[in-house]
Design a protein around this ligand. Sequence first.
Ligand code: GDP
Ligand code: IMO
Ligand code: MG
Length: 442
Amino acid sequence: MSSIVILGAQWGDEGKGRITDLLASHVDMVVRFQGGNNAGHTVVLNGNEFKLHLIPSGILYPDVVCIIGNGVVINPEVLIEELDDLGKKEINADNLRISCNAHLVMPYHIILDKACEHGLGKSKIGTTHKGIGPVYADKASRSGIRVQDLLDEKIFKTKLEESLKLKNAIISKIYGLKPLELGEVFDKYMGYVERIGKYITETSFLINKALDMNKTVLFEGAQGTLLDIDHGTYPFVTSSSTIAGGACVGAGVGPNRIDEVLGVVKAYTTRVGSGPFPTEEKTDIGDYLREKGNEYGTTTGRPRRCGWLDSIVLKYSVMINSIKSIAITKLDILSGIKKIKICIGYKYEGKVFKDLPPHQTIMHKCQPVYEELEGWEEDIGSINKFNELPLEARSYISRIEEIINIPVSMISVGAERKKIIIKDKNLKRRLFKREKNPTTVV
Ligand code: GDP
Ligand code: IMO
Ligand code: MG
């Protein structure tokens, strides 16, 4: 085994950062392949909380090469802030590399993201306002500006000038806002080069070389499967391919390079922003999960919508991503709930859908069909063996395995690195067939 994709199987914030950090001790390289600083991945180590938006969650290990791949969209200002934050905590980021082909989030993307959302009123998507939709739109329309353009002042200026003509017209004439000054934006972005220039390279070569050298590479997804631009609850999605296939596109590796896909699943469901959420609980139980689980956005601080686990969503994610096993996170948050529910169907106009329905209206309007399981009272935060979990917690996990028909390989019972139950005893042997390979790639 030399490569593994870790991704969210729900609507994001499943704990991808936490699981990536856990497994990164066994890998040589961690690669982010899509999204931008709409992502917020939290890693907690010895009481220190690291909130990573662009930098891969392997950065806490000095011997792990961390790559921001071509599929990521980069706001250099945020990246520099993140580097500064890590520096203050004495984390060395010398092993960071940034793809020359990644697209840059420009100030007009952020203005347009906010203005567009404002214009949509009640129909807004509830984006993170980080400019993500507009930057991916420019990429697709071939008018984007890439990281490599920063390295050629003349090209950068020409592209910026060209972009600003149209963007400023939209900003001022459609939205009535103040247009951007070419010189100001140009100087700001040229100023970033000094800080991040040394990290820029053709990262797909590095990743493929690492794989050729039989190193272990972990691809760290952002957002979640149901936020995927193609396979999610469109238009209430993000603008990138969050699914396993996205790792190939966003990192520059062939599909046969991916050995295993690990889905990260929160023990219940959360979602930030608008869009269908059949198992949402706008009740005391939803508030309980939000408060106990501290379900407030890592990036925006917005309260997350909370509800029960949805097996319809999970079965779909397993299929779309070829997920081989799942890591369940935040099981500790369910302690103290008397009855725990799992959604096993969507009831709509007399019919029960056991799989994701063909029309999204059904997801908006359906009644979830639940199976109810006994809860448990005990605090499980310091348990690290599966058979020491309360019987009811074990039954919950086993029932999930039965319904979605794949195994749960690990269970997280706390945000700290060590608060983990490895359920599949063969996992480490399967994922990491060999010790870390000490030869360098970068
Ligand atoms: P990501 O975007 O998928 O990386 O997830 P986030 O970091 O946005 O949100 C997950 C939150 O849950 C973070 O605050 C984590 O520190 C926290 N967390 C992760 N796993 C666990 C767990 O098993 N138990 C508890 N209590 N918190 C967890
Ligand atoms: P991580 O990687 C949860 C959601 C936003 C909004 C929609 C579109 O931390 O799991 P965007 O700014 O991407 O155009 O917003 O996607 N969203 C996330 N929700 N976790 C994330 O990232 C998210 N990134 C975007 O709330 O509904
Ligand atoms: Mg997050």
